[in-house]
Design a protein around this ligand. Structure first.
Ligand SMILES: [Zn+2]
Length: 569
């Protein structure tokens, strides 16, 4: 590659509105350009990195026996109707063709791969691992942060088809191991954390999370054992509370003006952990009481996961008044039999508690949860906070920001059942295969690597995904000896099959050095008139800043050694 012929539009200034380092630097170093919010054009250097990321993922997928497909990104809406997801996914892009037929731009491919699975016929064919690299479209409400949250991106998604749960366990473990190798090779320090399945259903769900301040997720981690979970799933070992038995029945307590847990605690000596917090949530149109300990917060995704209800919102005051006869501040579940009640596990067995009486300015004390409240569903609903004890070992948990880089989960038979996929078992009876689903966002991986590997001067790619491995820089393009030496080193590096670029532009050395640092090419060979008098060139490593002068005829050997060492580290 000759720099003079490449389109690498580097910028001297950071782009406005770019906050995440990856966004700022990928634009500034000429890797990507925004077309509109959430949609990016990938320029030649971006394509080089993307291609290398894809190659690593492909190698590891093929290594576990996965087969590559390519399924369309535009689908007939009818297929999504069959799975029951049409109209229930707010990020889905929909359109009509010229005949007025309803179409969908895929945000994932469970349905489409399942249509292909309709032609599986015998248990002998299973397991199958199928994958593709395909564009996904997601109508994100707030696309931002460059490639981290976009509306159009490439995903490697794979799907496994197995005869039974034991087979799925094996397929899941094979993918988990492949993902660990992929992220290690990409240089992404991802940790596998327990996750929610979101709208997909199924069980056993792991996200691969890369700790980063640019992340939008919070992960609870333990510094002592390997416990790690997305905040949407995290639990902790709360200390047991020993309650007094309390009175034989709840007692009324006049509480004029009390509206909050804090008011009741401060004014009446009823500590927050001795109170029951009553929230009214409208779930698929049904007002529902959600109970938590007074000092605990509801984690919305846990409520969704516990109930399978996707449409949940807090009730409006008039809805609350109609349902319970009181306004927020005096709500409670004692004696409520006509509304569903879901309670957090931390309330189980609690006695002598305080809660609202469903009469404004009145509370009840001496409430025994098991005796006085008709709880329909017990579930883990509360959000863990930093410092609570790890559920496995008791060490205080930490909460860290992280970027989701991959997600693998056991999908179950939802799609194979919906599409009528069966294979004949050993005894000739039909078996519905069980599926797993596994995804990695390619451009997001690129952004995460940029987040991990950069400094004030620019990007600093790991060798295995770098846009080029080496740049050869003739410092004085009008000095014949310099140009001849640089060209000969360039030719030798090409012959040695390194991915090399020569910066043959008629520019000052400072411009070339700056661009080499900004674009993050791992190794630089500078050929200057003064060193050349002594028969030397300068070889420098981008990530460490190490520089050394080596004889011209040793340059190629030294560069290849450096690349090999960098790739191993
Ligand atoms: Zn622990």
């Amino acid at each position: 590659m000759r720099w003079s012929q490449l389109h690498i539009p580097t910028l001297r200034e950071d782009p406005a509105e770019a906050e995440a380092a990856s966004h700022r630097l990928l634009v500034r170093a000429g890797f990507i350009r925004q077309l509109m919010a959430g949609h990016y054009s990938m320029l030649p250097l971006g394509i080089k990195v993307r291609t290398k990321i894809i190659a690593i993922i492909r190698e590891e997928m093929n290594a576990i026996g996965a087969q590559e497909f390519l399924l369309p990104c535009m689908h007939p809406a009818e297929i999504w109707e069959r799975s029951g997801r049409l109209g229930h996914v707010d990020v889905m892009f929909r359109l009509k063709d010229r005949k007025g037929a309803d179409m969908v731009l895929g945000f994932t491919h469970e349905e489409i791969f399942t249509t292909v699975a309709e032609e599986l016929s015998s248990y002998r064919e299973l397991p199958q691992f199928w994958y593709h690299f395909q564009t996904k479209f997601r109508d994100e409400p707030r696309p931002k942060s460059g490639l981290l949250r976009v509306r159009e991106f490439t995903m490697k998604d794979s799907y496994s088809f197995d005869l039974d749960e034991a087979g799925l366990d094996k397929s899941f473990d094979a993918h988990r191991a492949a993902y660990e190798r992929i992220f290690a090779r990409l240089g992404i320090p991802a940790i596998a954390v327990e996750a929610s399945n979101g709208t997909m259903g199924g069980k056993d769900s792991l996200e691969f999370m890369c700790p980063s301040e640019a992340g939008e997720d919070l992960v609870a981690t333990c510094s002592n054992c390997d416990y790690a979970a997305n905040l949407e799933r995290a639990t902790s070992a709360l200390p047991a509370v020993g309650d007094e038995p309390g009175p034989a029945a709840p007692a009324r307590l006049e509480t004029p003006g009390v509206r909050t847990i804090e008011d009741l605690a401060a004014g009446y000596g009823l500590a927050a952990d001795r109170q029951i917090k009553t929230l009214v949530q409208v779930m698929n149109g049904q007002p529902t009481l959600v109970l938590l300990r007074g000092d605990h917060q509801l984690q919305d995704q846990k409520l969704i996961d516990a109930t399978g209800v996707s449409e949940i919102r807090p009730a409006h005051p008039d809805e609350i008044q109609a349902a319970l006869g009181a306004l927020p501040g005096s709500l409670g579940a004692v004696g409520v039999t006509d509304l569903p009640v879901i309670a957090d596990l931390a309330l189980r067995g609690r006695r002598d508690m305080a809660t609202g009486a469903n009469t404004d300015d009145v509370h009840l004390t001496g409430v025994d949860v098991d005796r006085d409240i008709e709880v329909g569903t017990w579930a883990d609903l509360r959000e863990v906070t930093a410092g609570e004890p790890c559920p496995r070992c008791g060490t205080p948990l930490q909460l860290i920001r992280a970027i989701e880089c991959g997600h693998i989960f056991k999908l179950g038979r939802r799609f194979t059942t919906a599409f009528g996929v069966t294979v004949l078992g050993p005894d000739g009876s039909p078996i519905v295969p069980i599926m797993g689903s596994y995804g990695i966002g390619v451009e997001r991986a690129m952004a995460v690597i940029a987040e991990m590997y950069h400094d004030d001067a620019g990007l600093a790619w790991p060798v295995q995904v770098a846009p080029a491995e080496v740049t050869v820089i003739p410092l004085s393009p009008r000095d014949n000896a310099v140009v001849t030496t640089a060209e000969s080193i360039y030719a030798d590096l090409r012959a040695a099959r390194t991915d090399v670029v020569i910066d043959d532009r008629d520019e000052r050395p400072g411009v070339k050095f700056k661009d080499a640092e900004l674009t993050g090419i791992p190794v630089r060979v500078a050929v200057g008139s003064r060193d050349l008098v002594d028969g030397l060139v300068e070889v420098a490593r981008r990530s460490t800043g190490e520089k050394e002068r080596v004889p011209v005829d040793q340059a190629v050997k030294r560069v290849t050694e450096m690349l090999a060492a960098a790739e191993r580290s």
